[in-house]
Design a binder for this molecule. Structure first.
Ligand code: NAP
Length: 302
C-alpha cells in the first residue's frame, strides 16, 4: 500500500470507502464538490484538496465515486478536473455506476495522457461501504487490476476482474436487471397473496427458503409487505441505472421486456414524487394498477 491515494466524491458510498482506505493505512487526499463533506475525513487524517486537479497532482491512485456519466466526465475533464493535474502512470479507479460505452471512451482519453483506468462499480449499499464488505466488479487491464487489488480489498470483500474496459460497468448492469426483475416478481406475488386473502407475512415466510428465495424477497419483499418505504437504494438512482441498462441493450440490439416494463412503472412513481423512496416501492405501482393495497385485509384464521 505504498501509493498516494486520492478520493473524489464523498457521498453515501464514497465517505465509507474513503474512511476504510484511511483505516487500511493509506495516505489519502480527498475532494468533494460540497466542501463541508470533507470535514469528517480531514478530522480522521485525510488531506483536503481545493480541486480535482490539485488532488491529482498529489495522488498516483485516484478513486472516483460520483453520481452519473456526465459527473464522471466533469470530475475528469473539466478545467479543474483530474486530467489537468494528473501524472503519467497514475491509475483512475471509477466506482460510480455509469455507461459502459462512455467508460471505454474516457479510458481512451486518459490513456492518451499516459494514465490508466479501471471501472470498478460497487454493490452492497451504504452498509457495505461503511463495513468494507462491498462487491466490486472490475473492468480494465489485468496488470492494473493487480495494482489496484490491495486498495479495492480495503473497501470490498468480493473483488472480481470481469474483463476489459467497460466490462465492470456491464456486469453492474446485469446486477440491476436481476434486481428489478426480482422486485417486479416479488411485487406481483404480494398483490396475488393479498387478493387471495392470504396472510402475506406467512406466505413470504413459507416460500423464502425454497426455490423462489432471494435477497430481494427476504429483505425488500419483507420491507414492502410492512409498508416500510425507507430506501436502501432510491427509485431515482434505480432509474438512472435502468436508463444505462436500456441504452446498452439498445446498442446490443437486444429486447429486455421486463426491464423496460420496470423502467415505465418506476417512471409512474417518479411522476407521483416518490423518487426518494426505496426501489421496493415498485409495489405501489402495481397497487395503483390493481386497486389492491397489500396489508389492507385482516389475516384470516387458520
Ligand atoms: P450520493 O450520496 O448522491 O453522492 C454522490 C456524490 O457525487 C457526492 O459526493 C456528490 O457531491 C458527487 N457529485 C455528483 N455530481 C457531481 C459533479 N458533477 N461534480 C462533482 N461531484 C459530483 O450517491 P451515492 O449513493 O454515494 O452513489 C454514488 C455512486 O455509487 C452512484 O453512481 C450510485 O449509482 C452508485 N451506487 C450507489 C449505491 C447505494 O446504495 N447508494 C450502491 C451501489 C452503487 P456533493 O456532495 O457535492 O453532492
Amino acid at each position: 500500500m505504498n501509493e498516494s491515494v486520492g478520493f473524489v466524491g464523498l457521498g453515501i458510498m464514497g465517505r465509507g470507502m474513503a474512511r476504510n482506505l484511511l483505516r487500511a493505512g493509506c495516505a489519502l487526499t480527498v475532494w468533494n464538490r460540497t466542501a463541508s463533506r470533507m470535514d469528517p475525513l480531514v478530522a480522521a487524517s485525510a488531506v483536503a484538496a481545493s480541486s480535482c486537479a490539485e488532488l491529482a497532482t498529489k495522488s498516483t491512485v485516484i478513486f472516483l465515486c460520483v453520481s452519473d456519466t456526465l459527473d464522471v466526465e466533469q470530475v475528469l475533464f473539466s478545467d479543474e478536473g483530474v486530467a489537468t493535474g494528473v501524472q503519467p502512470g497514475a491509475l483512475v479507479i471509477d466506482c460510480s455506476t455509469i455507461s459502459p460505452a462512455a467508460t471505454r471512451d474516457m479510458s481512451d482519453r486518459l490513456a492518451a495522457l499516459g494514465v490508466e483506468m479501471l471501472d470498478a462499480p460497487i454493490s452492497g449499499g451504504s452498509e457495505g461501504a461503511a463495513r468494507g464488505t462491498l462487491s466490486i466488479m472490475v473492468g480494465g487491464k489485468a496488470s492494473q487490476f493487480e495494482r489496484a487489488l490491495p486498495y479495492l480489498r480495503a473497501v470490498g470483500q468480493t473483488v472480481t476482474h470481469v474483463g476489459g474496459h467497460g466490462a465492470g460497468q456491464s456486469v453492474k448492469l446485469v446486477n440491476q436487471i436481476l434486481v428489478v426483475g426480482t422486485m417486479l416478481a416479488v411485487s406481483e406475488a404480494l398483490i396475488f397473496a393479498e387478493a387471495g386473502g392470504l396472510d402475506v407475512a406467512k406466505a413470504l415466510a413459507a416460500v423464502e427458503q425454497g426455490a423462489a428465495g432471494s435477497w430481494m424477497l427476504s429483505n425488500r419483499g419483507t420491507q414492502a409487505a410492512k409498508r416500510d418505504w425507507r430506501p436502501g437504494f432510491t427509485i431515482d438512482l434505480q432509474q438512472k441505472d435502468l436508463r444505462l441498462v436500456l441504452e446498452a441493450a439498445d446498442q446490443f440490439g437486444v429486447p429486455l421486456p421486463s426491464t423496460h416494463l420496470c423502467f415505465q412503472l418506476y417512471r409512474t412513481l417518479q411522476a407521483r414524487n416518490l423518487g426518494h423512496e426505496g426501489n421496493h416501492a415498485l409495489l405501489k405501482a402495481l397497487e395503483h394498477l390493481s386497486g389492491i393495497t397489500v396489508g389492507s385485509r385482516a389475516s384470516s384464521d387458520p
